[in-house]
Design a protein around this ligand. Structure first.
Ligand code: X8Z
Ligand code: ZN
Length: 380
């Protein structure tokens, strides 16, 4: 795809999801203003949100906070339960060398070495040498992130076979690579699964809409305005449109204001390059729109699996131990990059890349938000 096509695709995502984003933004700014005892602002101050880039808005729905339930499980258990998710649906165990050569757990702050705590997964020889760098802690966030990384690892394994030449041992497109892990992170955060795994007690109760709200705020909707909006546009400006470095920070915050409806705590001059606080700006250039496409793709796969294989609601389903789900995913993954991704997606789901499933997933939430926000100032 050309830069123009890629930007257009990302703009379409933002346009279609805008009604939902505006409602979430409104709900969040009223909630945060109340929490901090401040007047309700037009845009949300960046430091009111507990993620530095406002890419995920976690911690706003108290009833959906699962961290207390993860405390009793060790980081090792988290990694093993992710592997168990995949073996349960019919994938093989991870090779012994994966466990020996990976670097999965935090190092002490005063220890002799420092490590990048941003999670990643590596296919060193395009064959069996698979490794992951993580710093897993006993939290819901790391539980999700670990599933994301194992998605990469299981994709590596699925296409490392004689029928796939080494040069095509890659995702159908990079968003497929990011998408499988995101899909299993979504699947593993469903309440029926967390109950069956014993993380949540069988009698755990949370209002369904509140849980959907937490999901939408967490890895769902604001993320698109960060990935498709700020990251994709800013990188297109610096790499394709030759934006001079003297305007980088101004443009960055212009996009944060325009797309995310977020504002900096105070003015940020050109003596800073705030974009460079994000690891991908430094080490994975012109890639980030991939995560936006992966989000859209994730809801499409989940929708297909829930409706056609599990016959359960997409917002509350349990993939655990379902071999048909595994066979469906493997049929896509084992192809690697041997077929055009558009064909792979259409053959698997009968559909082109589309926001339909994501919109449907959050439809009940949108209705609820419109009622909750009645009389409030929506947008900025
Ligand atoms: O960088 C990642 C993964 C590794 S590929 C942990 N993600 C993006 C980020 O953290 O900014 C996953 C979602 C978005
Ligand atoms: Zn990834």
């Amino acid at each position: 795809m050309t830069t123009e096509e890629m930007i257009k695709l990302n703009q379409e995502f933002m346009e279609v999801l805008r009604p939902l984003y505006l409602q979430l933004h409104t709900w969040a700014k009223y909630k945060l203003a109340e929490k901090y005892g401040q007047p309700v602002p037009k845009r949300i101050p960046a430091h009111w949100i507990n993620n530095r880039w406002a890419q995920e808005w976690d911690g706003l729905v108290e009833a959906a906070d699962l961290d207390p339930y993860f405390k009793k499980f060790s980081p090792e258990w988290i990694a093993q339960s992710s592997e168990r998710f995949y073996t349960g649906i019919g994938f093989p165990a991870l090779p012994k060398s994966f466990w020996e050569k990976s670097d999965l757990y935090p190092v002490p702050a005063d220890g002799p070495r420092k490590k990048n705590t941003h999670a990643s997964a590596w296919h060193l020889d395009l064959a069996n040498d698979l490794r992951s760098l993580q710093s897993i802690e006993s939290t819901a966030w790391w539980f999700n992130t670990n599933h994301h990384e194992f998605g990469h690892i299981y994709y590596f394994m699925a296409y490392s076979r004689p029928e796939v030449p080494p040069l095509l041992r890659d995702g159908a497109n990079p968003a497929f690579h990011e998408g499988f892990g995101e899909l299993t992170a979504l699947a593993s955060s469903q309440l029926p699964y967390l109950k069956s795994l014993g993380v949540l007690p069988a009698d755990f109760q949370v209002d369904e809409t509140e849980y959907l709200l937490a999901q939408a705020l967490g890895t769902g909707v604001p993320f698109i305005y960060w990935a498709s909006g700020v990251m994709a546009h800013w990188e297109a400006d610096i790499y394709a449109n030759n934006l001079p470095p003297s305007e980088w920070n101004k443009r960055w915050w212009h996009y944060v204001r325009e797309f995310q409806g977020i504002e900096p705590p105070s003015e940020r001059g050109e003596e800073y390059c705030d974009a460079a606080t994000k690891t991908h700006i430094n080490d994975t250039p012109a890639y980030y729109y991939t995560y936006a496409i992966a989000q859209i793709f994730k809801y499409q796969l989940n929708d297909y699996i829930a409706k056609n294989i599990l016959h359960q609601p997409p917002q509350s389903c349990n993939y655990a131990d379902n071999k048909e789900v595994g066979a469906f995913l493997r049929s896509i993954m084992e192809k690697g990059a041997t077929e055009d991704w558009r064909k792979v997606l259409r053959d698997a789901t009968g559909e082109d890349l589309s926001t339909r499933a994501m919109i449907e997933y959050y439809e009940p939430l949108l209705k609820w938000l419109v009622k909750e926000n009645a009389g409030r100032q929506v947008g900025w």
